[in-house]
Design a protein around this ligand. Structure first.
Ligand code: URA
Ligand code: SF4
Length: 222
């Protein structure tokens, strides 16, 4: 492990000591093995949601209005994963309801021919990063166990990551999204296809043709 990482862990341990903790339980710091079951989170979405709604594990809790847990069919075959809530999501508590969300919903319904409520939609972080900045490593590390638990509970057949942040933080692979999009991969035994983020498509309409190819591939796998 890198020295700077060790020092960060030590700093956090000292903080816990100041807060009155006598000891902390053994924790897994092997970065290569993000186990789906190494956390003690509940095994049903409602109980998990209750915990996440009251989460203050990272600084995003200070600026959020609403926690955006995710929504959809708890038995969905298809799970879309975005980056994090934007302003509209923060205001409503629902994922992908702004402009990017409208595009995503259109694609789900008009290209995949699936109803939005039949799939599940979640994000890497559940609280809005100020000014829509990319969530930092501390925020992602704090929040990712919730998403991993959601994946474990929902057991989708196919995961679609939207954009570079979702792909990189879920898989740990830093291959650029422009290179890896549309590839059929695997994450913990589940098929995974990375594609562009709908916000990127709104800014770069010429990339829509690639996203369309990705959607056709997704459709063929459903
Ligand atoms: N962008 C995201 O990544 N997620 C949302 O929920 C909305 C916009
Ligand atoms: Fe908790 Fe995730 Fe919100 Fe941070 S972003 S406060 S870890 S729910």
């Amino acid at each position: 492990m890198k020295r700077v990482k060790k020092l960060k862990i030590l700093k956090n341990l000292y903080t816990l000591k100041l807060l009155g903790f006598d000891y902390v339980e053994d924790f897994n710091i092997d970065e290569k093995k993000i186990s789906l079951s190494n956390n003690k989170l509940p095994d049903d979405l409602n109980s998990l949601n209750n915990i996440v709604q009251n989460c203050h594990l990272c600084q995003l809790s200070k600026t959020r209005k609403r926690v955006v847990f995710g929504e959809g069919n708890p038995n969905a075959n298809l799970l879309f994963i975005g980056e994090g809530p934007g302003a509209n999501e923060d205001a409503t508590g629902r994922p992908f309801v702004g402009r990017a969300g409208e595009l995503l919903t259109k694609v789900i319904e008009n290209v995949l021919f699936i109803k939005r409520e039949d799939i599940y939609i979640a994000n890497i972080v559940k609280c809005r990063p100020p000014n829509n900045r990319v969530p930092n490593d501390e925020e992602v590390d704090a929040c990712l166990p919730y998403l991993l638990k959601q994946i474990e509970i929902i057991k989708p057949k196919l995961i679609v990551t939207l954009g570079a942040t979702a792909y990189k933080n879920l898989t740990g692979d830093i291959t650029p999204i422009s290179k890896i999009r549309g590839e059929l991969l695997e994450f913990n035994g589940i098929k995974l296809i990375p594609t562009f983020h709908p916000s990127f498509l709104l800014r770069n309409p010429s990339a829509k043709k690639f996203a369309f190819l990705d959607m056709k591939k997704i459709k063929s796998l459903m």
